[in-house]
Design a protein around this ligand. Structure first.
Ligand code: NDP
Length: 246
């Protein structure tokens, strides 16, 4: 369980939910971890404290993923503080749930900026510093392949773009020994999608396993990809979705 000793990770949106679980899991595997947040300074500090209590270094960086300069600066700050970057997890996300007629260009652009442009900018910046063994892991969504309902056109499009982004990065960076993959979570119990909210039962009915995922379920797959077990996996889209896509 110490696959990642000596490695440095950056997790975007690491203050809550899936990103917080990923940050803590990578630290348990031995990595020093930087994480970004946009509004939850307290949540970010709590994750940092948990990681430090575990004996690893951690750093919270306020960086709005909608701002490409802030994203690139977060990568540089990680390298400046920890001396390297080996693992990038593009996780920060929002969930615009809007009838088609209500979608504005601003909301379209913001979703694409946070999910797609930020992931590209961070990957490009991180790749400049990564050596052999580098890992880029993008957090997509099960809705990328099967939307399952209305009002999620832009969200689904932005998450589907991460599959293409990951495959392109796998081609561009494979010759340097760097892998790139996308993990598509299914319904996962977080602030974004609480397991007890209205509508949650409908989601459960669509899952062969009959329950919401836990953020740790996603973190376990990310840790596998980040470690030795992931060294021959690249350009892959991996579902951690309780069978949503089945
Ligand atoms: P949460 O809403 O629980 O947490 C979102 C995280 O992203 C927080 O850390 C938040 O920071 C951060 N974030 C949001 N907007 C920005 C921004 N503009 N800049 C920087 N950070 C930002 O969501 P989840 O943990 O559920 O989701 C994590 C990822 O997983 C997302 O990409 C989501 O699309 C994806 N996903 C989630 C599913 C689910 O059922 N939960 C299913 C499929 C995919 P802060 O705390 O500061 O606001």
């Amino acid at each position: 369980m110490a696959d990642l000793i000596g490695k440095v990770a950056l997790v975007t949106g690491g203050s809550r939910g899936i990103g917080a679980a990923i940050a803590k899991r990578l630290a348990r595997e031995g990595a020093d971890v930087a994480l970004t947040y946009v509004s939850s300074a307290k949540g970010a500090s709590a994750v940092v404290a948990a990681i430090e209590a575990n004996g690893r270094r951690a750093l919270a960086i306020a960086a709005d993923s909608a701002d490409p300069q802030a994203v690139a600066a977060a990568v540089e700050r990680t390298v400046a503080e920890f001396g390297r970057i080996d693992i990038l997890v593009n996780n920060a996300g929002i969930f615009p749930y809007e009838p088609l007629e209500a979608v504005t260009l601003d909301s379209f652009d913001r979703t694409m900026a946070i999910h797609v442009r930020a992931a590209f900018v961070a990957a490009q910046a991180a790749a400049r510093h990564m050596g052999t063994g580098g890992r880029i892991i993008n957090i997509g969504s099960c809705l990328a392949d099967r939307t399952g309902g209305p009002n999620m056109t832009v969200y689904a499009a932005s998450k589907a773009a991460l599959t293409g982004l990951s495959k392109g990065l796998a081609q561009d960076l494979g010759p340097r020994g760097i892998t790139a993959n996308v993990v598509h979570p299914g319904p996962t119990d977080t602030d974004m999608n609480p397991a007890q909210a209205e509508g949650a039962d409908l989601q459960r009915q669509g899952l062969p396993l009959g329950r919401f995922g836990d953020a740790d379920d996603v973190a376990a797959t990310v840790a596998h990809l980040a470690g030795q077990g992931g060294r021959f996996i690249t350009g892959a889209a991996i579902a951690v979705d309780g069978g949503f896509a089945a």
